[in-house]
Design a protein around this ligand. Structure first.
Ligand code: ADP
Length: 358
């Protein structure tokens, strides 16, 4: 395993900059997920690490060695693609050995030893005699990884490996990948547009937008303390709610006291996750904290233990997580209260965070 250092990496196509001055340190043994919407530059970044795309500007180090202009095969990396690309007519054993037989000068005995060792570590020894069509999706992925492993790469690169699978298999494969990372202790850089995948797999995640790195951190740190409004709305499912502060003077005063003057002035937006909003009956009896809104329930979606309430507050529609057996129904008027500890205050015009107390 090896660390990867991206230093001021840029990628320019003729009239278009796909990646702007990217600085990112991937530690040895880390599972780093690059995540962002389609077109944000994550595949281009991965392909530059792999050597499949020229680096316009900046420096790339793998395991401390400058490989900015090195050929792909000089980089000690292995890329695992979405399709696995196994040879259908070959056994698992041959699929894993074939690359080395063709391109390396290793003795046959050494190659066989590596195949058996990789198979052992991946727990697919009993599958070595089978062909790909006799394997499950998870087993195929293990073989594809085994084939890469026998080359003893320092880094594994994955480009959306799960995006063609149905939801159930995807969940299963996430477990497989997690296990593999823990078992093999390899450095992984993994590209996905799916923030759930990023949250569940990454030891750290790098969120990109518009060719720029927005934030790098442990998944829950990013969830709790997003650096920009883009990150706040991109990470988390269902999405964070953005609400104007109540016009009520008591609420304004409370906000100013807790978060500074900037938080109470006009033109800020409060970011609240669905689980950070409380629902209090509007019956004149309950004690209401200073920060609250009135709203009308539009819809209750009951999922079992939890329910999501869609609530109209002024011009905004707000999603609140509540209990599955809530007595609320569409048409009810309710009061929304904010968990004061979790508030994020954003500049309504721009992207910046004015205050976070996560
Ligand atoms: P992502 O993987 O995040 O979906 P990409 O890295 O594939 O995004 O692409 C980033 C941007 O670079 C996009 O705007 C894309 O259209 C552009 N791009 C990718 N490849 C090329 C190319 N060969 N020529 C010109 N523009 C490209």
């Amino acid at each position: 395993m090896a660390a990867i250092s991206l230093q001021g990496i840029c990628k320019r196509y003729r009239d278009h900059t796909a990646v702007h001055h990217l600085d990112l340190e991937v530690q040895a043994g880390e599972f780093m997920v690059l995540v962002g919407p389609s077109g944000c530059g994550k595949s281009t970044t991965l392909r530059m690490i792999a050597g499949l795309e020229d680096i316009t500007q900046g420096r790339l180090l793998i395991g401390g060695k400058d490989v900015t202009h090195a050929e792909p095969h000089e980089r000690d990396i292995a890329m695992v693609f979405q399709s696995y690309a196994l040879y259908p007519h070959m056994t698992v054993q041959m699929n894993m050995a074939f690359g080395l037989l063709r391109t390396s000068k290793l003795a046959r005995a050494e190659i066989d030893a590596r195949v058996h060792d990789a198979a052992e570590r991946l727990r697919i020894t009993e599958l070595l005699g089978r062909r790909p069509n006799e394997l499950s999706g998870g087993q195929r992925q293990r073989v594809a990884i085994g084939r890469a492993l026998v080359r003893q790469p320092k880094v594994f690169l994955f480009d959306e490996p799960l995006s063609n699978l149905d939801a159930k298999l995807r969940t299963h494969m996430r477990g497989e990948l997690e296990w593999l990372h823990a078992e093999l202790g390899i450095t992984i850089v993994y590209v996905t547009h799916d923030q759930v995948e990023a949250m569940t797999l990454g030891t750290r995640i790098a969120v990109m937008d518009g060719g720029r790195l927005q934030q790098v951190g442990a998944p829950m740190d990013i969830y709790r303390e997003p650096a920009t409004r883009f990150v706040a709305s991109f990470i988390g499912s269902p999405e964070m709610n953005f609400l104007s502060p109540p016009v009520d003077p008591a609420a304004q005063a409370w906000l100013a006291q807790q978060y500074g003057d900037g938080a109470s002035r006009h033109g800020v937006v409060l970011g609240l996750r669905p689980e950070e909003i409380g629902l209090v009956p509007d019956d004149g009896r309950a004690v209401v904290p200073p920060l609250h809104w009135n709203g009308t329930v539009q819809r209750i979606e009951r999922l079992g233990a939890d329910a999501y309430a869609q609530i109209q507050v002024g011009n905004s529609s707000v999603l609140v997580r509540t209990l599955g057996d809530t007595a609320l129904e569409a048409g009810h008027v309710t009061r929304l209260t904010a968990d004061a500890q979790r508030l994020r205050v954003f500049d309504a015009q721009g992207d910046s965070v004015l205050a976070v107390r996560a």
